[in-house]
Design a protein around this ligand. Structure first.
Ligand SMILES: *[C@@H]1O[C@H](CO)[C@@H](O)[C@H](O)[C@H]1NC(C)=O
Ligand SMILES: *[C@@H]1O[C@H](CO)[C@@H](O)[C@H](O)[C@H]1NC(C)=O
Ligand SMILES: *[C@@H]1O[C@H](CO)[C@@H](O)[C@H](O)[C@H]1NC(C)=O
Ligand SMILES: *[C@@H]1O[C@H](CO)[C@@H](O)[C@H](O)[C@H]1NC(C)=O
Ligand SMILES: [Ca+2]
Ligand SMILES: [Ca+2]
Length: 639
């Protein structure tokens, strides 16, 4: 039976009916050589053995039921070559059920035929906006884009959604922005007035906010500059970066400005990216963020989108308390051929990526958008340019489903972001314990607007969130070069208590550690399901010898969806030329997530309550479709 359906056997049977329905495919359905197989009993090793015997590469346990395994083939998925594969599996004594997998994934969620796109915009820069529709312009890789055309073709353009750009102001007189400018929701916290117009300097230094605004909300089809990702959304300017020093009050005021009108806040700033800073939001700003996610948007939560940072391989965005916050969606960037940009920072808290400039000499490989004083530019850059693109995609999702909470949007990001052709030379793409593919730099991949709005339309709010302190280690532990410290916490994830966390969202490791050279410290954490998160990489420029990390909440998104029960391993060591030593004083493991399964469980519950109201057959069909969708959204990750 399907273990996690706490509602019992009947439900499990219904689900199986649904699964069989998918399996009982008609002629037109393409079957792949991926199989969902249920075993009578046995360990992961037995499943692996079974997979090998039938010519598969291996078997991976999947989380939506007892004894269910995904058997996957040796090479890149193709359509099923041997019909007999299924028969052999069905006949195997160890196997209880076999669910062949339809070949829908590549069509629906993969690359699309660019010539099928029918987007006709009069804006002169539109064809230079490869991040919207990448046809290979500027030496880019065709199809490597935000897939906005699909969302637009479904009618989602950001209507009714307001995005605030927290930056150095917005040229709201710009003819490509004026129409979409939300003056009522705008403010200038740098000079305390309602007009966030950028301060003039000879070098146009304060062009950042205007460029970001155009990426989100530039008006379409008006013969001016380009087109925003959410070209019918409203954009608000929150000027807050243009004064000699930042203060907690300015940050907090900006982040909490009009949370019932502003839906999404986009931030392309943070602590200095010098590779030696460890800093984050102060007291008021933390409180403002907490209030935002709990009370903003009528309680559904303000959406905070954050650029992961421009510190390059010398920095680690987990040392940036804004980007690494659970309440922000931290966005990294890929360049137009899928490589990392040289300024990209990597860290385990990044959720996904969009696009920006870098490496390419081609003058049109930058980000085309609006610029100061009515101009346009082809050269917006950095992870600064990446965050607003994400804000635009989220605006499309919020239009598709205004009920989405801040957490729903993170789940949607995890499920629909794509590896596409992203390529990180340093860190491999890996799969976590529930099969979600991620990368240490790109997160779960590049945002896919079409995929996101499709899933958003049908989305049911995820179950309630719980918080469990899985364990805390407060003793003194010495660390030395060449002799890394290994600690474990074994946890039941508060099972049996009200705050049991069974399906993870974010995980935080609160760590106090000092070192003779902080930058040489290197911390990894491995979950019970075997997913290793790099919590801290070497930062060669960080020569701190005193402060270390004081109760610093390192965050990982890489264990999303996993079962946190079991033993967590923390490894702390040094990398670098000279021998170092240090002392770890605390490791507290905090789990955040849900008790009941997101996605499928809800579908079944909804179905049950509806069933009580009759119209059985119709509903059964609905359920089939709903379960199919849920499974597809999860399993398509394995394509
Ligand atoms: C695009 O729109 C313009 C102006 O509306 C029109 O003249 C042109 O024929 C259109 N092109 C296509 C390919 O539809
Ligand atoms: C910006 O626009 C102004 C006025 O339209 C124009 O005079 C100027 O040359 C433009 N500057 C750049 C750098 O394109
Ligand atoms: C780290 O902290 C310990 C205990 O508080 C202290 O004895 C040690 O000198 C510190 N080491 C460094 C490198 O600051
Ligand atoms: C952490 O993981 C990285 C990448 O796998 C590895 O290079 C490094 O040595 C590990 N560090 C520790 C302290 O285990
Ligand atoms: Ca335009
Ligand atoms: Ca940084």
């Amino acid at each position: 039976m399907l273990g996690f359906f706490r509602d019992g056997t009947a439900v499990a049977l219904i689900l199986f009916h649904a699964l069989m329905h998918i399996a009982a495919a008609d002629e037109e359905v393409v079957l792949t050589d991926h199989f969902l197989v249920q075993l009578h009993e046995g360990t992961d090793e037995d499943a692996h053995q079974l997979a090998l015997e039938h010519g598969f590469r291996s078997a991976r346990k999947v989380p939506f039921g007892e004894g269910l395994y995904h058997l996957y083939p040796q090479d890149i998925p193709k359509t099923q070559r041997k019909r007999s594969l299924r028969r052999h599996l069905t006949q195997d004594q160890r196997v209880k059920n076999v669910f062949p997998q339809e070949g829908f994934g590549r069509q629906k969620r993969g690359y699309r035929d660019i010539s099928n796109l029918d987007v006709n915009m009069s804006d002169p820069l539109f064809t230079k906006q490869w991040y919207l529709i990448n046809t290979g312009q500027a030496d880019g890789t065709p199809g490597l884009d935000l897939n906005v055309a699909e969302a637009w073709s479904m009618g989602y353009t950001g209507k009714g959604v307001t995005i605030a750009i927290m930056d150095d102001g917005i040229d709201y007189l710009h003819p490509d922005l004026a129409l979409n400018y939300n003056a009522e929701a705008s403010f200038d916290f740098s000079s305390n007035d309602p007009y966030p117009y950028p301060r003039y300097t000879d070098d146009w230094f304060n062009s950042h906010g205007t460029r970001c605004a155009g990426e989100v909300s530039a008006v379409s089809n008006n013969n001016i500059c380009g087109v925003g990702v959410a070209y019918n959304s409203k954009v608000a300017g929150i000027r807050m970066l243009d004064q000699p020093f930042m203060t907690d009050i300015i940050e907090a005021s900006s982040i909490s400005h009009m949370p019932q009108i502003i839906d999404i806040y986009s931030a392309s700033w943070g602590p200095t990216d010098d590779g030696k800073t460890v800093d984050g939001p102060r007291e008021l700003t933390l409180q403002a963020m907490a209030d935002g996610v709990n009370k903003g948007r009528g309680g559904k939560g303000s959406i905070y989108v954050w650029a992961s940072g421009d510190g390059g391989s010398y920095d680690d965005c987990n040392c940036d308390g804004y980007a690494s916050s659970m309440w922000t969606i931290s966005i990294n960037s890929a360049i137009n051929d899928g490589r990392t940009a040289l300024y990209d920072e990597s860290c385990s808290s990044t959720l996904a990526s969009t696009f920006s400039n870098g490496r390419k000499r081609n003058p049109e490989a930058g980000v085309a958008t609006t610029d100061l004083y009515g101009n346009c530019t082809l050269r917006h850059s950095g992870t600064s340019a990446a965050a607003p693109e994400a804000a635009g995609v989220f605006a499309l999702a919020l239009e598709a489903n205004p009920d989405l909470t801040w957490r729903d949007l993170q789940h949607l990001t995890v499920l629909t972001s794509k590896r596409n052709k992203l390529h990180d030379e340093v860190h491999q793409w890996r799969r976590n314990g529930v099969g979600l593919e991620f990368n240490h730099l790109f997160g779960y991949g590049v945002l896919d607007a079409g995929g996101m709005v499709k899933l958003a339309r049908e989305w049911k709010a995820v179950p309630e969130r719980f918080h469990c302190v899985a364990g805390s280690m407060q003793e003194i532990h010495k660390i030395q070069s060449g002799n890394k410290l290994m600690l474990t916490i074994t946890t039941d994830a508060c099972q049996g208590k009200d705050n049991f966390v069974r399906y993870l969202e974010h995980v935080q490791a609160v760590i106090t550690v000092n070192a003779s050279r902080r930058g040489d410290l290197n911390i990894n954490m491995t979950s019970p399901m075997g997913t290793k998160s790099i919590l801290l990489s070497r930062r060669p420029r960080d020569d701190d010898t005193k402060v270390g990390f004081d109760k610093w909440p390192f965050m990982t998104t890489h264990t999303w969806g996993e079962d946190p029960r079991g033993t967590w391993l923390l490894e702390v060591g040094f990398q670098g030329e000279s021998p170092q030593n240090g002392v770890l004083k605390e490791w507290t493991l905090m789990l955040h997530g849900t008790q009941s399964a997101p996605y499928i469980d809800q579908v079944v519950r909804d179905y049950q309550s509806k069933l009580a109201m009759s119209k059985k057959e119709e509903l059964e069909e609905e359920l089939d479709e709903a379960v199919e969708r849920s499974l597809k959204s999860l399993l398509s990750k394995s394509n």
